[in-house]
Design a protein around this ligand. Structure first.
Ligand code: IDP
Ligand code: MG
Length: 137
């Protein structure tokens, strides 16, 4: 058991579909805390840094184009083992594989529009929180 912090995004598709409240409700109902929350449109440079691990993937342009296309909500979420637990609440990357009851399993149909992002390790969480909330966590 470890107290952790993670970066959660409600991506532009989630915001446009009116799912900000749904995602926040699931986070709070689980028992995690929201330590910071901001709504805004990501600039290209920040998006490229955020998804740096995917630079060479064929879907990189689509990914960066989509994540910068409209406002998103960025949150710092904290609690016991929150990094892995939020990945589980989110469901598998491809909504086809995401378990019903998970966010992606309940609300998404295609991989490019899968509603949420969550950091995948303590190292990613630190890097991503520094990018979205510089100097705060
Ligand atoms: P994750 O969001 O579950 O951590 P990653 O593999 O880190 O998944 O991919 C980042 C995001 O890139 C995914 O959430 C998804 O929106 C998008 N993505 C991943 N693979 C594909 C693909 O094959 N085609 C289009 N988009 C993809
Ligand atoms: Mg990822």
């Amino acid at each position: 058991m470890a107290e952790q912090q993670t970066l959660i995004l409600v991506k532009p598709d989630g915001v446009q579909r009116g799912l900000i409240g749904e995602v926040i409700a699931r986070i709070e109902r689980k028992g995690y805390r929201i330590d910071a929350l901001e709504l805004g449109t990501l600039d290209r440079a920040t998006a490229e840094q955020h998804y740096a691990e995917h630079t060479d993937k064929p879907f990189f342009e689509e990914l960066v184009g989509f994540i910068t296309s409209a406002p998103l909500v960025a949150m710092c979420v904290s609690g016991e083992d929150v990094i892995a637990s939020m990945r589980s609440l989110m469901g598998a990357t491809n909504p086809l594989d995401a378990t019903p009851g998970s966010i992606r399993g309940d609300f998404a149909t295609v991989i490019g529009e899968n509603i949420v992002h969550g950091s995948d390790s303590p190292e990613s969480a630190k890097r991503e929180l520094d990018l979205f909330f510089p100097g705060r966590f």
